[in-house]
Design a protein around this ligand. Sequence first.
Ligand code: BTN
Length: 251
Amino acid sequence: MDMKVEIRWVKETDSTQDELRRRISGCDNMSVIAAEFQTAGRGQRGNSWHALKGENLTFSMLLRFGEGGFPPLNARGQFVVTKAATLGVVHYLNKKNIGCSIKWPNDIYVRDKKICGMLIESVLDGENLAYSIVGIGVNVNQRDFPAQIVNPVSMTLLTGEEYNLEDEMEILASSLADSFTTVLSGKPDAADEEYERLLYRKGSFYEYTRCPEGETFEGRIIGTTEDGLLLVEDKKGELNKFAFKEISYII
Ligand code: BTN
């Protein structure tokens, strides 16, 4: 598959998440709003997202469910959106000869460095998702990052190449659209095996912090549950389940 999706570029906006929400009535399923610069880019855990003007990809893709979109998706199954989105980015980076893994739930890592972050915001209609806005930031041409950004890396730092952002946006949007179409159009299990296989740090012991307690422990990631919790085995052989804000990786 090589799907074409509509991409609208804006020079500057607060956040493409908010820009898309403001324009939502004019946006079809899987259309994209991309910004050359965000003045208030948002990250996970209430953090801001840093990207130098015109150097990286910062965009949001709309996923509609129900009429005019994908088949209805119960909110309890929404982790498939995360899986499809992360795999769409991984497939794109692989096309660029960049091998990567998925740091649960939705960061993309190259070895121990972050190349891409994601913020998925969904709105419900009863028990089902009405729509999701998948916000993605990929470090593309940026070479220098502020000291407070933890473990950043960019495509250019890895390959030495300089990328045309409009071209890359098209390839990445198409890869995401392929992934969403496969997974959300009736094959919810299609992403399971690959997502689990690509999990960063799966299968070996590393240090983690339990949040908010702050207690450090050694654990081994085993996989994820259907509803998106992280399964970590500790040194006593006990299996622990973590929600997003309950564990932090020591890298
Ligand atoms: C994270 O890793 O903390 C998530 C980062 C998500 C950043 C993207 S950039 C495009 C979209 N607009 C935003 O304001 N945030 C997301």
